[in-house]
Design a binder for this molecule. Structure first.
Ligand code: AGP
Length: 612
């Protein structure tokens, strides 16, 4: 996620801004910039690609930039490639307005078109520049205050924002607005600070205001005035932060992994909204026309690790919704096989980092064979994103924990949306069913929220697993794909030997391993396969297994078989994997914490495996 900071007071702003941005580096970024103003002089804007060190060197640690009022930004690209032009701060052409933004303006293309018609031009490909120029447009149109201009602009913006803006006619002041993206405002004697997150201001003050959603504020030296979207002043209570710096970076969560598990509802919502226009998935960004999709005979999904598990789930969804033949391949295998790829096919490479060596090599192999490629990638501008013919960006934001959770969740949803689009373009789904399934997908965030409310039960059960040496995960169909991911989570962060099997496969060998106390996690969300998987559960139970059942509310008979049952909200079975995986993510997390392991940095693992 991007990071924003701001300061106005009696000290030099630049060193404070750079220090604050350094405390937000954990949020991930590819470029950074500051804008500083000395009294009513012109704003000085400095921005650079790469790490903060570049900006620090350019400004001699901020000492070369004079001024006591300024804003700063670290950019995690969502719209527009990572480069200096797209780096924040962004500004109106006459320099009258300069601002930084964290969030996603969903309707920025529509707004950009309207502003272009009104004579505006654009130097970047970002949504933020559009927002800044929209504010500028209303500021000039109504000749009101900055708050008036912000109000006129914000009611026309769809999406999320934490905005910090400086207006030429208002030296020493910073105007902010917030919707869904985080922002905190700190005050101390004669100084006012703003930031995306507590760590950036903690060393200066613990006295803070939490600006609410759809609220605005005027920051001056040591003073803050809050407004609602109607421009009416509102009172806010000053709070005191109790956190220490380390806890603050994780937003109060003990580990990044737990924070990222909890970010899933929001980032899945963002990913859905990024391609859904009036209820239809707009795939023009993916370079796939309806005719292209109609002519497809085969889809290959290629990835590693958890991304591969997304592919395993996606194949069932694509096959159930369309006549497309789907093959899921491990990238590390695919790249070395002598395969005759069907010319009328699409290779989808799924990768959070976009830098996984095996996945990148597989992509290049497909391109060499003249096969159309599509990346489902989280990091904007990464190698796979750049080299694939087209890319569907997941909007999970930077994922710090090595064990993926929110990126996996957004990849899964991206796969559903593509599957629906394939079916629609091939006339293999009715408009009514399409709309119904889109509506189901839109319920995923709130249903994950509901699961997270019940996490203490999972934490309690996890504490019983500390001594477990071997675990099995079983399921059929999509439940098998989820079992793969649940098993990997258990393996990679709690170091318990764990295997996932298609439940029907147990009798072909693995069941010989079941003995008294063996723990078996059964994922049973696919109603049409429910009875069959339950019978597998009975088989292993009769051989001494300790059973954990994961199923949908309503299947209460599960408790007659399983020793411990976790329920997930009802949802179309096609999308149940998005819900079922959350208790398994939490399970792996809590077992690892109970065993005292380094959850976010498990032994032997790297966040992105850029070597073979
Ligand atoms: C999952 O928790 C692991 N971190 C790992 O399996 C990961 O999914 C795999 O290395 C692929 O990484 P990518 O998505 O960045 O390509």
């Amino acid at each position: 996620m991007c990071g924003i900071v701001g300061f106005t007071g009696n000290k030099q702003a630049a060193p404070i801004l750079l220090d604050g941005l350094a405390k937000l580096e954990y949020r991930g970024y590819d470029s950074a910039g500051i804008a500083v103003r000395d009294g009513d002089s012109e704003v000085e804007i400095i921005k650079a690609m790469g790490k903060l060190k570049v900006l620090q060197e350019m400004t001699d640690g901020g000492n070369a930039v004079k001024g006591t009022c300024g804003i700063g930004h670290t950019r995690w690209a969502t719209h527009g490639e990572p480069n200096e032009t797209n780096a924040h701060p962004h500004y109106s052409d006459d320099g009258n307005i300069v601002g930084v933004h964290n969030g996603i303006i969903e309707n920025y293309q529509e707004l950009r078109a309207k502003l272009t018609k009104k004579g505006y031009s654009f130097y970047s490909t970002t949504d933020t520049e559009v927002a800044i120029k929209l504010i500028d447009y209303y500021y000039k149109k109504y000749l009101g205050t900055p708050i008036d201009a912000l109000n006129h602009a914000l009611v026309r913006i769809r999406g999320s924002y934490a905005l910090a803006i400086m207006f030429e006619q208002y030296p020493g002041e910073i105007y902010v607005a917030r919707k869904d993206s985080p922002m905190i405002i700190g005050v101390s004697d004669g100084e006012t600070y703003l930031a995306s997150d507590v760590p950036a201001i903690l060393k200066y003050t613990r006295n803070v205001y939490y600006i609410g959603n759809l609220e605005l504020a005027k920051l001056s030296k040591g003073e803050v005035t809050f407004y609602n979207l109607d421009g009416e002043e509102i009172e806010k209570e000053l709070k005191t932060i109790e956190w220490d710096a380390e806890a603050a970076e994780k937003g109060g969560y003990e580990h990044f992994m737990l924070k990222e598990i909890h970010e899933q509802p929001k980032v899945i919502r963002d990913t859905i909204n990024s391609v859904l226009k009036d209820g239809i998935v707009s795939v023009e960004d993916f370079g796939l026309s309806d005719d292209d999709i109609k002519s497809l005979r085969k889809v290959y999904i290629v990835a590693c690790g958890s991304a591969y598990h997304v592919g395993m789930a996606a194949q069932y969804v694509i096959e159930q919704l369309s006549s497309l033949d789907v093959r899921v391949e491990l990238a590390s295998e695919f790249r070395y096989r002598k395969m005759t790829l069907d010319k009328e096919s699409l290779v989808i490479v799924i990768s959070q980092s976009g830098e996984t060596a095996d996945s990148l090599a597989a992509l290049r192999m497909a391109k060499e064979k003249g096969i159309k490629t599509l990346g489902i990638v989280n990091v904007v501008g990464s190698s796979i994103a750049r080299e694939a013919d087209n890319v569907f960006y997941t909007l999970a934001g930077p994922e710090i924990s090595v064990a993926t959770t929110k990126a996996y969740g957004t990849q899964l949803v991206a796969a559903y949306l593509l599957a629906l689009e394939f079916a629609r373009a091939r006339d293999e789904i009715t408009a009514e069913k399409y709309a119904g399934l889109i509506a189901e997908i839109n319920t995923i965030p709130e249903k994950i929220e509901k699961i997270l409310e019940d996490k203490e039960r999972i934490q309690w059960f996890s504490s019983k697993l500390i001594g477990v040496k071997d675990a099995f995960f079983i399921g059929r169909g999509i439940d098998y794909a989820i079992s793969l991911e649940g098993s990997l989570k258990m393996k990679e962060i709690s170091y318990i030997h764990s295997e996932a099997y298609a439940a029907g496969e147990l009798k072909h060998g693995p069941i010989s391993l079941i003995e008294d106390g063996t723990i078996v996690f059964s994922v049973v969300t696919q109603q049409d396969l429910y009875e069959k998987t339950v019978s597998n559960m009975v088989e292993v139970k009769s051989r001494g297994a300790h059973l954990f059942g994961l199923t949908s509310y309503g299947n209460y008979a599960m408790e007659d078989v399983a020793d411990f049952t976790v329920y997930i909200p009802k949802i179309d079975p096609l999308f149940a994997g998005s819900l079922a995986v959350v208790p398994l993510q939490l399970m792996g997390y809590y077992v690892s914490v109970s065993k005292g392991f380094d959850v976010d940095k498990p032994r032997n693992l790297a966040k992105s495996v850029t070597v073979e």
